[in-house]
Design a protein around this ligand. Structure first.
Ligand code: SF4
Ligand code: SF4
Length: 82
């Protein structure tokens, strides 16, 4: 299964990658980084999402290695491994 590695110290917390991951595998970390923002983290299993505000759903399956997250990141914080 593919995976990504996020440079949490470079991350500025813009959340673009969270929006673009089709599997919902990226979420906000609870701890601040050195920049003073909450960076994102990768979870190999899908996290609960409720983009429509009600109900919520689990997307199925792990990382596709599609690299959408890495492409969209403006600060090149994400590396994808297949
Ligand atoms: S490579 Fe694709 S599926 Fe994997 S975390 Fe990034 S956007 Fe999500
Ligand atoms: S797109 Fe990049 S800078 Fe923005 S939250 Fe994701 S990893 Fe951080």
């Amino acid at each position: 299964m593919a995976k990504i590695i996020i440079d949490r110290e470079k991350c500025k917390g813009c959340l673009l990658c969270v929006s673009f991951c089709p599997k919902g595998l990226i979420s906000v970390d609870k701890d601040l980084n050195r920049r003073g923002v909450k960076p994102v983290k990768f979870s190999p299993r899908p996290v609960l999402r409720s983009p429509q505000g009600e109900g919520g759903s689990f997307s199925k399956g792990g990382c596709l290695g599609c690299a959408m997250c890495a492409i969209i990141c403006p600060d090149c914080c994400i590396e994808v491994y297949k």
